[in-house]
Ligand binder design. Structure first.
Ligand code: CIR
Length: 253
């Protein structure tokens, strides 16, 4: 069960955020509305939400998931592979330290963005991507080991972050699409296949029995409902324009 969430209000400069999506610039006013509804959804799932002020100098700073990994035993401040995002870490650190006594750090030349990390119980899958490198993964696995947890790495070829194409729904159920459907490591899970046409929604988020699903992907909502979950749709279309998924907009712990 998760108790808390941390989010950061998007800044106006988000229109200059990193993106390969080719969907145009986000509409700031609409992004703010969507962010409010995202927060409402987190609260409906029973989370106590800490809402951080916007940080204008970092266009991608609303994607807080990438800058810290919150585990049951420690928090780990990451070191983003995207140079324009590195400074976001010092802005999240004081809030992370309020919640955790044990705070660890990934250090250069290691890079990690936590959108590349998927938690399954005490195990953490780490995607090696343009943003997360082997040194970063090695540091992370050593830190996890110190606290009795484990990690393993996985190469990514098609997606930005590991969780761009995956979502663990607990109870052995794994949402997956594209390159992840056939990964040997995942065959022990009950794979719920997401159609290529709805691949963006593979990044759906389990929170205390409810699954937050991006709005506009009816096939995914149906398949998750059929698996026995309550579904709460959240419109995050403005964030999709920046390659951001549902999970990226919060830290949940
Ligand atoms: C970036 O490219 O870093 C941001 N525009 C989007 C980050 C999305 N985060 C995530 O998938 N965990």
């Amino acid at each position: 069960m998760f108790k808390y969430a941390i989010v950061r209000k998007p800044c106006k400069a988000m229109i200059d955020g990193l993106s390969d999506a080719d969907l145009g610039a986000p509409d700031y006013e609409n992004a703010l509305k969507q962010h409010d509804d995202y927060i409402a959804a987190l609260k409906e799932c029973g989370l106590e939400v800490t809402e951080l002020d916007l940080v204008e100098e970092y266009p991608d700073s609303c994607f807080v998931e990438d800058v810290a990994l919150m585990t049951p035993h420690c928090a780990i401040l990451t070191n983003p592979g995207a140079p324009s995002r590195r400074g976001e870490v010092e802005h999240i650190a004081p809030t992370v330290r309020k919640f955790y006594e044990n705070v660890e750090e990934i250090k250069s030349p290691g890079n990690v963005e936590a959108g590349d990390i998927m938690m399954v119980g005490d195990h953490y899958y780490i995607g090696l991507s343009a943003r997360t490198n082997q040194q970063g993964a090695d540091q992370l696995i050593a830190i996890l080991g110190k606290y009795g947890m484990t990690g393993s790495v996985m190469a990514l070829s098609e997606v930005l972050h590991l969780k761009t194409g995956l979502g663990y729904l607990e109870d052995n159920n794994l949402l997956a699409c594209g390159e992840f459907l056939t990964k040997a490591e995942f065959q022990k899970y009950n794979i719920i296949e997401i159609a290529d046409t709805e691949s963006y929604s593979a990044n759906s988020v389990w929170i205390n029995g409810t699954v937050l699903v991006p709005k506009g992907y009816p096939g995914t909502s149906d398949v998750i409902r059929n698996a026995g979950y309550k579904v709460r749709e959240v419109d995050v279309s403005e964030y999709r324009k920046l390659d951001g998924g549902l999970s990226c907009l919060s830290l949940r712990f």
